[in-house]
Design a protein around this ligand. Structure first.
Ligand code: GDP
Length: 445
């Protein structure tokens, strides 16, 4: 899967990482190529646009890490952003299969691979989780489909509900539930009828079955080869019956893979599994990190940048600790702190960790102390001369005016920053004499 996209991106980053110093224009050109590659892979336009925007912002604000090239750093940023897009917020979810018998409703269009996927998942749950599984087909329109599920069940050694002619889907669902409870099954798969396209009758039937079955999971099976169509189908199904996750099939083909990248961002629903072939074992849990790695095919560079950053941060922490132990805390130190805070995703959490800063954290919250404020403060420090940064006591009225103007801000704001610096410097001085410094710095870094 993702061969084409992977090849395209590989080319872009190969050129990028071979260069030593990168200009903004180099990065811009590379990202334009990434955007085209994403669109050609059938990633939806808004998703591709957001992706490039996020990477640009991160690449621009990035501090240069020693011993890796800027190009390598960009690869790492793209890699992390791929994971974010693939995974969305929060941890990946495992199937909810507690409280037996747990019903799993399988929905999707005809030919998407729904019946095959049902059997693949049943086999997995039986073999990997030791679960007793019951299969039931609700496809009353297609007797052949009902038989197909029974045949697959036979192949993988999983029971299927006996077929009774003339029953409606809802009747089968009821019988399956009773059978699953009485037979001591852990999991009941309900393989609903597919249609060639979404229609009211299909949706009504799925809703009725859902209300009877009370499924723990409603998994939509979609053909990954259909690109953005797969995402549209997911949005529609989710709107009409509510889905808990998606299984993308045919990801073994030379499809363009865009569906995988757009799915979470557009529908908000996680991809839980990918189908990788016709055999009963050809299914894998969807792991954003692994997929991002496959798409980029640049694991070495990602690992290199991670390592370099760790080393760099450890050195920086060590340097700061030595300064603090001497009770030193100038504007350069404050700037490092502020940048660190930005990276750690904000102010409040961090201040809460610092001894003596609990009250300030509260004040910060009510004063709307956020990342924008951090950015302004960093700009103010950037507008000071080297001398001023080393010795903030130099800052009298005229210098203050110049600095504030240089950052495009009010003197008032600079005064606030100076007050904050003084408070922090006082704490540092006290801490420097006592113990606890090491641990505090470690927490801050
Ligand atoms: P349903 O109509 O949605 O139940 O679809 P089926 O389960 O009958 O699958 C339709 C066809 O797609 C069958 O020939 C399957 O073997 C094939 N198929 C299903 N999943 C995959 C997959 O992940 N990769 C490939 N290559 N073929 C698949």
């Amino acid at each position: 899967m993702f061969e084409n996209l992977s090849e395209r991106l590989g080319g872009v980053f190969d050129r990028l990482t071979r260069q030593g110093a990168l200009s903004e224009a180099d990065v811009a050109t590379a990202l334009r190529e990434v955007r085209v590659a994403l669109l050609e892979a059938d990633v939806s336009l808004p998703v591709a646009r957001d992706f490039i925007k996020a990477v640009t912002v991160k690449a621009t604000g990035q501090a240069v890490t020693k011993s890796v090239t800027p190009g390598q750093q960009v690869v790492k940023i793209v890699h992390d952003e791929l994971i974010r897009v693939l995974a969305g917020e929060g941890a990946p979810e495992a199937l909810k299969i507690d409280n037996p018998p747990a019903a799993i409703l399988m929905v999707g269009l005809q030919g998407s691979g729904k019946t095959t996927t049902t059997a693949k998942l049943a086999k997995r749950l039986k073999e990997k989780n030791g679960k007793r599984v019951l299969l039931a087909s609700l496809d009353t329109n297609r007797p052949a489909a009902m038989e197909q599920l029974a045949i697959l069940g036979g192949q993988i050694g999983v029971d299927s509900l006996p077929i009774v002619k003339g029953e409606s889907a809802v009747q089968i669902a009821k019988r399956a539930k009773t059978q699953a409870a009485m037979g001591g099954y852990d999991i009941l798969f309900l393989d609903t009828a597919g249609r060639l396209h979404i229609d009211e009758v299909l949706m009504d039937e799925v809703q009725a079955v859902r209300d009877i079955a009370q499924p723990r999971e409603t998994l939509l099976v979609v053909d990954g080869l259909t690109g953005q169509d797969a995402v549209n189908v997911a949005s529609e199904f989710d709107g009409k019956v509510g889905i808990s996750g998606v299984v993308l099939t045919r990801m073994d083909g030379d499809g363009r893979g865009g569906a995988a990248l757009s799915m979470r961002a557009v529908t908000g629903k996680p991809i839980r599994f990918v189908g990788l072939g016709e055999k009963m074992d050809a299914i894998e849990p969807f792991e954003p990190e692994r997929v991002a790695g496959r798409i980029l095919g640049m694991g070495d560079i990602v690992a290199l940048v991670e390592k370099a950053r760790e080393t760099f941060e450890a050195e920086q922490a060590e340097r700061m600790m030595k300064r603090f132990q001497k009770g030193l805390f100038n504007m350069n130190d404050l700037r490092t702190q502020l940048e660190q805070m930005m990276k750690m995703g904000g102010m409040q959490g961090l201040m809460g960790m610092m001894p003596g800063m609990g009250k300030m954290a509260k004040q910060a919250e009510t004063a709307g102390f956020d990342d924008r404020m951090l950015r302004r403060q960093i700009a103010l420090i950037g507008s000071m001369t080297k001398k001023e940064r080393a010795n903030p006591d130099l800052l009298q009225a005229s210098r203050k005016k110049r600095i504030a103007a240089g950052a495009g801000l009010e003197v008032q704001e600079l005064n606030r920053l100076l007050k904050q610096h003084k408070q922090m410097a006082d704490v540092m001085k006290k801490m420097g004499k006592g113990g606890g410094m090491k641990q505090m710095i470690r927490q801050m870094m």
